[in-house]
Design a protein around this ligand. Structure first.
Ligand SMILES: NC(=O)c1ccc[n+]([C@@H]2O[C@H](COP(=O)([O-])OP(=O)(O)OC[C@H]3O[C@@H](n4cnc5c(N)ncnc54)[C@H](OP(=O)(O)O)[C@@H]3O)[C@@H](O)[C@H]2O)c1
Length: 267
């Protein structure tokens, strides 16, 4: 009886999740994690068809009802259509994971209006539109999880624009949590520090440090002397989505092995 209750508290059987940028990197790991817990997952992507088809096959092997939903999240109309299409095809929408992000690596002093416009549309604009639209379908027990970044809380050269957007998102997580809380919906963020993905490898290249050295230097500053894996980050996101986390809301959890609290001169 108690064990059955334990399983119930960590099951997403019968739930529907939408993961933005869900076909590569962290989004893929989250989609796989949610599917393992029993959710049907809609994975959004913009243009990488090959990754999308590969991930769809992997996720469908765990949760056959899962699907892809193509949308450019810089376009508010496409964000709203993505949410409505997911709810129409999968019958409801219980979990929204706002994960997709992209930016041009550029100092704030050199950023141009279109850099701000595009980065903020994709992160802040898409988040607000997606939560607004999702809230039309979400019942009590619903979950919204926003993926933040170390740039929201620390200086990261070339990431001033995205850092500003992520800081805005962390603030909006708190406000959405209070707006949706009375309906039994929780809203949280996960701030994962650094992890291995196409974008962190591109960033290491941008700052001119070989990826292994970049990784080793960041790990040296952390408490655990290593960075989190995609699966470890996805596990925390999945926990937030589980019934067991019903009273966790309005928080952004920093999940970085202790990196952001490390001594600046550690080597
Ligand atoms: N990598 C890190 O070390 C790190 C650290 C802290 C926080 N984060 C955050 O973690 C999240 C995931 O990062 P990641 O490194 O796993 O990302 P990634 O490997 O660069 O993948 C980005 C995903 O976002 C999608 N995407 C990009 N622009 C889009 C648009 N306009 N419309 C729809 N989808 C779009 C991509 O779709 P396509 O495949 O179709 O292009 C892809 O699925 C992001 O929010 C990022 O800011 C990353």
């Amino acid at each position: 009886m108690e064990r059955a209750r334990g399983r119930e508290m960590s099951s997403l059987e019968g739930k529907v999740a939408l993961v933005t940028g869900g076909t590569r990197g962290l989004g893929r790991a989250i989609a796989l994690g949610l599917a393992k817990m029993g959710a049907a997952v809609a994975m959004n992507y913009r243009r990488d068809e090959a990754s999308a088809e590969r991930t769809l096959a992997e996720v469908r092997a765990l949760s056959p009802g899962s699907m892809l939903v193509r949308a450019d999240l810089e376009d508010e109309g496409q964000v709203r259509a993505m949410v409505a299409e997911t709810a129409r095809q999968l019958g409801s929408l219980d979990i929204l994971i706002a994960n997709a992000a992209a930016t041009a690596f550029r100092p704030l002093l050199e950023s141009r209006p279109h850099n701000l416009e595009r980065t903020f549309k994709l992160s802040v604009g898409a988040f607000v539109a997606a939560v607004q639209e999702t809230s039309k379908f979400m019942a009590a027990g619903g979950r919204v999880v926003m993926i933040s970044g170390i740039d929201a809380i620390r200086n990261l050269p070339g990431h001033g624009v995205l850092g500003g957007a992520k800081a805005a998102l962390e603030s909006m997580v708190r406000d959405f949590a209070f707006e949706l809380g009375p309906r039994g919906i929780t809203v949280n963020g996960v701030n994962p520090g650094f992890f291995d993905s196409d974008s962190s490898r591109m960033y290491a290249e941008h700052v001119g440090i070989p990826y292994d050295e970049f990784n080793a230097r960041a790990a040296a500053r952390s408490a655990l002397k290593r960075l989190p894996t995609l699966e470890e980050i996805a596990a925390v996101v999945c926990f937030i989505c589980a019934p067991a986390a019903s009273c966790l809301t309005a928080q952004t959890i920093v999940l970085d092995g202790g990196l952001t609290l490390g001594f600046p001169l550690a080597s």
